[in-house]
Unconditional design. Structure first.
Length: 260
């Protein structure tokens, strides 16, 4: 878990993030710089996932997406240097996830050399599961349980699974699965605005509109300033909740009247 790291390790990872962001902002080839930095500190897969996810998101928002700097072949024919291969995989597949390109993720993972898929780190495996869940494939549930068995309560991995469930709107029982993940210890404080956003969507799907509104309003209060795109997503979710609630109020009396 992220919280188990010594304070010095947190500071080191923050330095890596800051250096990679600086290169990304300047338009440099930040994935290779990031791979080198993670290699220097001997990053674990969890640490790589934490740093790569943040930097990939910010680089994408700034117009320097990993998809513009890496080729698919660098994922399907990875570097012989394990940390470099893992870094490229995390930033490239992670960016595809942010773009909702589930089929592309699935295609790339299927194109890995024989045996390579079995050796993927847990976060890369989670991104593959996201691709299945995001396409409403129930086979993703099997993969999700396998990921949870290895990842435990690693927050970034849980968010990947939640994102896939949120996207897979035709999945049976998706809302219950989302709430089960949201009941895990990392989300107990209910201080994560994205987790609350997912909770609101799940509760809207279950018709729990008052609890959904409570979750989305809390998410809006906790969202850091300056992230206009995420704020718009949260406001859109709030509109969906209120529309669903109003529709329920209109349809239930009509149904009762028809039964008389």
């Amino acid at each position: 878990m992220t919280g188990d790291r010594p304070p010095g390790r947190h500071a080191l990872l923050d330095q890596v993030r800051a250096k990679a962001r600086s290169v990304a902002v300047s338009g440099g080839r930040w994935p290779s710089i990031l791979a080198g930095l993670l290699g220097e500190i001997g990053a674990t897969w969890q640490e790589s996932a934490d740093v790569c996810g943040d930097v990939a998101w910010q680089a994408r928002a700034g117009g320097h997406s990993a998809l513009l700097l890496l080729e698919p072949e660098q994922i399907t024919r990875p570097s012989t240097e394990p940390v470099t291969a893992r870094t490229y995989r995390h930033v490239y597949l992670g960016t595809l996830r942010y773009d909702f390109r589930c089929r592309t993720i699935e295609t790339l993972l299927h194109a890995l050399p024989d045996g390579a898929a079995d050796e993927l780190d847990c976060y890369s495996h989670a991104l593959g599961v996201f691709a299945l869940l995001g396409q409403s494939r129930t086979t993703g549930y099997v993969g999700m349980e396998q990921v949870l068995g290895e990842a435990g309560d690693h927050v970034k991995t849980l968010h990947v699974l939640l994102h896939g469930l949120w996207l897979g709107h035709r999945l049976p029982g998706r809302e219950e699965h989302m709430l089960r993940l949201l009941a895990r210890p990392p989300f107990a404080a209910r201080a994560d605005p994205i987790a609350l956003f997912r909770e609101a969507a799940a509760r809207r799907g279950l018709g729990q509109h008052h609890r959904a509104l409570e979750a989305i309003d809390r998410a809006l209060d906790l969202l850091p300033p300056g992230d206009a795109a995420v704020h718009a997503d949260l406001v859109r979710e709030r509109s969906l909740i209120t529309a669903a609630h109003d529709w329920q109020r209109l349809t239930i009396p009509a149904a009762e009247a028809n039964q008389r």
